[in-house]
Structure formats: structure tokens, C-alpha cells
Design a protein around this ligand. Structure first.
Ligand SMILES: Cc1cc2nc3c(=O)[nH]c(=O)nc-3n(C[C@H](O)[C@H](O)[C@H](O)COP(=O)(O)OP(=O)(O)OC[C@H]3O[C@@H](n4cnc5c(N)ncnc54)[C@H](O)[C@@H]3O)c2cc1C
Length: 499
């Protein structure tokens, strides 16, 4: 049986004796959260004396969480191996030039979100990868520089062999050896010239990510629409962490865009495209700039903050995707809608925002943008994304822009029919700009009842973006037992001095 650890952070992340996970099934998962988790776990393992100068650590995965954990442990004199199955560190962000990342966007409406930097002031302890809002691939380059500086500082103090980093190498499995005092690891065959010098560790921290993004749907037509689908054919859209086509829409003339999903990925894409801004934060700043809006803002933001706090506290203990979860998120969603109306009905605000919104939409080249999502509320999402989508929905009605912007709740994707071309799951960009017909079905939350009525009339789209969540499967990447999904509350800023 796994012994219960006294340290609450270690206890919450333990999978097996000496084995910890700081990604799988956890929420929230922003890069900033992962930086905090990586830093805290390494410090707590040292404090608990599970790792130390003679007690080596293995970290699996070199995204933000793993790199932070490995550097923190190595700086605290722990011999550390960091193993990454891909060729590069920070692989997700390195491959994406179109995603603008804002470290505090998720904290709106708290005042510090406007700082765009993490930590938000010099008063907080700094972390290794403090960052300011920027494009993902650019940030990944900056993080690589910080990483190299930290490595050279560590090797000048403790020696070069102290922190060993292996790319192109996969951790396949582990077992407990030496009467349970060590974790022995199996690596997959690697063509990397560097071979791990150790295969037995005092502790293993898995920072192997959250699973694969679900970006696919069945391709073809349903039977009810004279189906001619080839069984098993799959349509795939460009993934969230790939350089995508949404930043150069004019290359497609006047495209019809459909975004499917209700999580932060779908909402962020919808928001950046709808007003042609680089991020949700830029859209918010642009829409809220008028003096009457600025005056009305604080009271609205206080009401949202209170509702978010209440929902967060309730959701911490609700079973995800349950009826309880549904009622928490629905109530929160209704509060956002009510506050949007309160804002727009405040003196002078409608007269400021509606013309601004109309002018903004007029400039966009798309013919129509549609957001399709599966219930009458979003799941647990960041407050700014939820508020802005509700604001855009209401502004669309008040500015009579329904022909350009459509938001379809209680709807899911059934089939994507590629017209006059075949889907190419290996090259999703090949489908961009080409005509598609989307067959939709009725959808509601899991336990709130599901009606699978399929619409026989498809809707047209030239760009289809699927943001359908994360595919976790039953298996953890390092073959441990899967973690129960776990909602957490983390500090906004580094809570105490770190290395
Ligand atoms: C749709 C979507 C939208 C998101 N939007 C945002 C956003 O706007 N802003 C934000 O801050 N965050 C966002 N996130 C979260 C973001 O992806 C994470 O915060 C961050 O990338 C996670 O860092 P990580 O180190 O935990 O995992 P990852 O960056 O996924 O790194 C895990 C690494 O482990 C490696 N690995 C896996 N298995 C093994 C193995 N067996 N052996 C060796 N290596 C292995 C992988 O190759 C990978 O490089 C989003 C996530 C998704 C899915």
C-alpha cells in the first residue's frame, strides 16, 4: 500500500511509492500553473528527504513542468535526469507561432491580470521562467535561453554531470527495487548518442503532459443524409499547439469558419478570430476602452469575481461531468450573461461598445463564424473567456450581426463531409480553405440528458476547428495507474522564495 506522506503537496501528487505526477488529470493547467507545480514538487521532495545529494531524481517530460522541476532539484544539489521523448524542450510551444500567451489572462477580473507579466511585480519571488505575454514560439526561445543559463550556473557550482538531459528518449515503465527504496526505469530504444548513466532513482516525477488533444470527427455523411461515408474515415483539424491558419484568414478569401468545443481552447480561438485580435485579452481591452464602459466595469467585475469564487469552491468537490457540475456551471454561465446585460444597459455603455463592435466586425474578412458547443453552458473555463463569449453573443444580437456571428449551444459535431476533396488526417492544413459540410446533432451534458437528434441539413464551412478536449485513455504515459481527475487551487504567484 502507498504510504501517506505528511506533506500535502506530495500526498496530492503521489501515484505510487516514490512516484509522483504533476500533470495527468489535473486542473487548472496553464503554463504558469505548471511552472509552480514543477518548482514546488522538487522543493518538497528535498524537504521530505526523498531526494538529495545521494538520492537521484528522474523527471519524465521536458515541457514547462518537467524542466522547472528538474532545474529546481538540480540547483538543490540533487543529481537529476530529465528525459524527453521528443527532440526538443518545450516542444508544444516551440512549434506554434500563432498562439499569443498571456500569463495572467486566467486571473481576470483580479486586478493583477492587466500586468501581462508573471510574476506581476518585483515584490514576488521570481521563478526560472518568469515571462511576459508573447507568441508561444517566441516564448519557447526565451525559455530555452533561461534554461541554458540555469544549466550553466548549476554545472559551474555542482559539476556538469549533475543535471543530465536526454531528448529522443522515452520512459516506458518502472518497477520498485531495493526493497522499495528505488524506482528502476525502462527506457525505450533511442538513437540518441547519449545514454542515461542511471536507471535507478530515489524518486520519479512524471511531467508527461495531459494526453492527446481530440481534434477529430467522423468524415463523410450520415445515412440519414444519403450517407456515402467510408467506414473509419476521419477528419482532423489543426491542433491547438500547431501554427494554425486562423491568423492569415485573408488567404482564404471570405471563409466560413466553424469552431466546435466549449473549453478554453475553443473559446480562445473563437475570441481571437471574431474580432481579429491576437488574444482574448486584446479583445477585452479593445471593447472596454470607452469612458462609460470603464466607469461601469468595476461593479460588473466584482459580481463576476464573487460568482467565480463560489463556482470554484463548489466545483472543487463536484464529480466532473456530473449533474452537480452541470448546475454549478449553468448558474455561473447565467451570472456572466446577467452581468453582460447589466454592463450593456449601464448609462452610455451600449452607445460606446455597439458601434465599436460593429466597426470591428465590419473589418473582418470572414463571411461567417460559428461557435458550436455541447450544452447550455461551458464546462469549467477561465472567467475572461466565458465573459467575452457571452458579451460577443449579446453584442451580436444588439448590433444585428447574426448573419456574421452565430453561437449554437446544445449542439455537437456528427460528421464532417469534405466536398470535392479527401480528408488528410496527416496534413490537416490541406483541408483549410476547402468546402465542407458539417452534420450536427443535439447534445447536452453527460448526466443532464442527451438527445442525439441528427440534423439532416448540414452547415457549410471552409475552415473547421475542432477543440474537443483531451484524450487520456486509461493508461498513464509512464504506465502507472491513472490518476483520478483532480481540481486544485494554486497560488497566483510564487508563494515563497525559490532557487
Ligand atoms: C487545447 C489546449 C489549450 C491550452 N491553452 C493554454 C493557454 O492558452 N495558455 C497556457 O498557459 N496553457 C494552455 N494549455 C495548457 C498547456 O498545454 C500546458 O500548460 C503546458 O504546455 C503543460 O506543460 P507540461 O510541462 O505540464 O506538459 P507538456 O508541455 O505537454 O510536456 C510534456 C512532455 O512530456 C513528454 N513525454 C510524454 N510522455 C513521455 C515519456 N513516456 N517519456 C519521455 N517524455 C515524455 C512529451 O513529449 C512532452 O514534451 C492548453 C492546453 C490545451 C490542451
Amino acid at each position: 500500500m502507498t504510504p501517506v506522506l505528511a506533506d500535502p503537496f506530495l500526498a496530492a501528487h503521489q501515484l505510487d511509492p516514490l512516484v509522483f505526477d504533476i500533470c495527468w488529470g489535473l486542473a487548472p493547467v496553464s503554463i504558469r500553473d505548471q511552472m509552480l507545480r514543477g518548482s514546488i514538487i522538487a522543493q518538497r521532495l528535498v524537504k521530505a528527504r526523498l531526494i538529495g545529494p545521494a538520492e537521484p531524481l528522474l523527471v519524465v517530460g521536458a515541457g514547462m513542468a518537467g524542466v522547472t522541476a528538474a532545474l529546481t532539484a538540480a540547483a538543490l544539489k540533487v543529481p537529476t535526469h530529465l528525459v524527453e521523448s521528443q527532440k526538443i524542450l518545450f516542444a508544444l510551444q516551440r512549434q506554434c507561432a500563432t498562439r499569443y500567451l498571456h500569463p495572467c489572462q486566467y486571473d481576470w477580473p483580479l486586478p493583477h491580470w492587466e500586468s501581462s507579466s508573471f510574476p506581476d511585480s518585483e515584490d514576488w519571488p521570481r521563478l526560472l521562467f518568469a515571462y511576459q505575454a508573447n507568441y508561444a514560439s517566441q516564448l519557447a526561445k526565451e525559455w530555452k535561453t533561461s534554461y541554458l543559463q540555469a544549466c550553466s550556473a548549476i554545472s559551474s557550482i555542482h559539476g556538469a554531470a549533475h543535471l543530465k538531459v536526454f531528448t529522443n528518449l522515452k520512459v516506458e515503465n518502472y518497477t520498485h527495487v531495493a526493497s522499495g527504496q528505488r524506482v528502476q526505469v525502462t527506457f525505450s530504444h533511442s538513437d540518441s548518442p547519449d545514454k542515461p548513466t542511471l536507471n535507478s532513482f530515489a524518486a520519479l516525477v512524471s511531467a508527461a503532459g495531459f494526453g492527446a488533444e481530440r481534434v477529430q470527427a467522423r468524415s463523410g455523411r450520415p445515412h440519414s443524409a444519403g450517407g456515402r461515408s467510408s467506414p473509419g474515415a476521419v477528419f482532423k483539424s489543426v491542433g491547438f499547439w500547431q501554427t494554425d491558419t486562423l491568423s492569415q484568414l485573408d488567404e482564404y478569401g471570405t471563409p466560413r469558419i466553424v469552431i466546435v468545443g466549449a473549453g478554453d481552447g475553443a473559446l480562445q480561438d473563437f475570441l481571437r478570430v471574431v474580432g481579429g485580435q491576437k488574444s482574448a485579452a486584446s479583445l477585452f481591452s479593445r471593447l472596454m476602452e470607452g469612458p462609460a464602459t470603464q466607469t461601469a466595469r468595476p461593479i460588473i467585475e466584482r459580481a463576476i469575481q464573487a460568482a467565480e469564487d463560489q463556482a470554484q469552491r463548489a466545483a472543487m468537490w463536484a464529480e466532473p461531468n456530473s449533474t452537480e457540475d452541470h448546475s454549478i456551471q449553468l448558474r455561473l454561465h447565467e451570472t456572466h450573461r446577467a452581468q453582460v446585460n447589466r454592463l450593456l444597459d449601464s448609462p452610455g455603455v451600449g452607445d460606446e461598445i455597439i458601434p465599436l463592435f460593429q466597426a470591428m466586425i465590419k473589418k473582418q474578412c470572414y463571411q461567417q463564424i460559428t461557435l458550436i458547443y455541447g450544452c447550455n453552458h461551458f464546462p469549467q473555463t477561465y472567467a475572461l473567456n466565458r465573459f467575452l463569449v457571452c458579451l460577443v453573443e449579446e453584442l451580436t444580437k444588439r448590433a444585428s450581426l447574426q448573419k456574421r456571428i452565430e453561437i449554437m449551444p446544445e449542439t455537437g459535431i456528427h460528421y464532417v463531409d469534405c466536398i470535392d476533396h479527401d480528408p488528410d488526417p496527416h496534413n490537416p492544413k490541406a483541408c483549410c480553405g476547402r468546402p465542407h459540410e458539417l452534420y450536427l446533432e443535439g447534445r447536452q451534458c453527460l448526466k443532464a440528458g442527451t438527445s442525439k437528434t441528427v440534423s439532416s441539413t448540414p452547415i457549410g464551412a471552409d475552415l473547421v476547428v475542432l477543440r474537443l478536449g483531451i484524450e487520456r485513455g486509461d493508461e498513464h504515459p509512464v504506465k502507472s495507474r491513472p490518476r483520478v481527475p483532480h481540481r486544485q487551487m494554486l497560488p497566483y504567484m510564487p508563494p515563497y522564495p525559490v532557487i
